[in-house]
Structures are given as C-alpha cells and as structure tokens.
Design a binder for this molecule. Structure first.
Ligand SMILES: [Zn+2]
Length: 104
C-alpha cells in the first residue's frame, strides 16, 4: 500500500511545527549573540550566514504550514502537479517537484 500526503499530513505538520520552532529559537539565540560587543566570539560572516539560514528556515516552514492550512500543501507551485510524498518526507517545506526545482 502506498501512502498519500493526506495519510501523512499529521506527521508532516508535526515535523514542520517542530522545525519552525527550532529555526525560531535558533534565530533568537543568534540575534542575542549578534548584539554582544564581541558577538560572543562569532565571526561576523559566519554569524550572518547562520542568521540567514535560520531566517530562511523560519520562512520556508511558515509558508509550508500556511499552504497546509489553505489546502494547497503538496502541490507543486511550478506545474501544479503532486509533489511525491518521498520528497516531502525529506523536505517537508518543498514548494516544487524535482523537475521544476531543477528548472529554477
Ligand atoms: Zn512541478
């Protein structure tokens, strides 16, 4: 039996909520470091890169959760086709199927 996105919706939502929380916590923590006079010993470029990655993570997971509540989750925003469940289980915030992602 093959599972569909709907079968896994609850698990994917839990995963996204957890990741959203983790990225948010990470961003908060990095912001605290960035406000210290010596940035708690962080190299400015590294700190900026980490903050960008955390910010991107917050945005990606928030968008995926929004798509879930709107019912458009799991549809590719490029071609409108279904994003394979196997892809969503690895990248639950994926907005595109693999061919569309590669075209971008
Ligand atoms: Zn597509």
């Amino acid at each position: 039996m093959t599972h569909t996105v709907n079968d896994r919706a609850e698990a994917l939502r839990d995963l996204l909520e957890r990741q959203f929380q983790e990225h948010t916590d990470q961003l908060t923590e990095l912001t605290v470091h960035s406000r210290q006079p010596d940035r708690d010993g962080y190299d400015p470029d590294t700190l900026r890169r980490l903050m960008d990655a955390a910010r991107q993570g917050v945005a990606d997971t928030a968008q995926a959760l929004r798509r879930m509540s709107e019912g458009s989750y799991g549809s590719c925003e490029g071609c409108g086709g279904d994003i394979p469940l196997a892809r969503l289980e690895v990248l639950p915030w994926a907005q595109y199927c693999v061919p569309c992602q590669q075209r971008r």
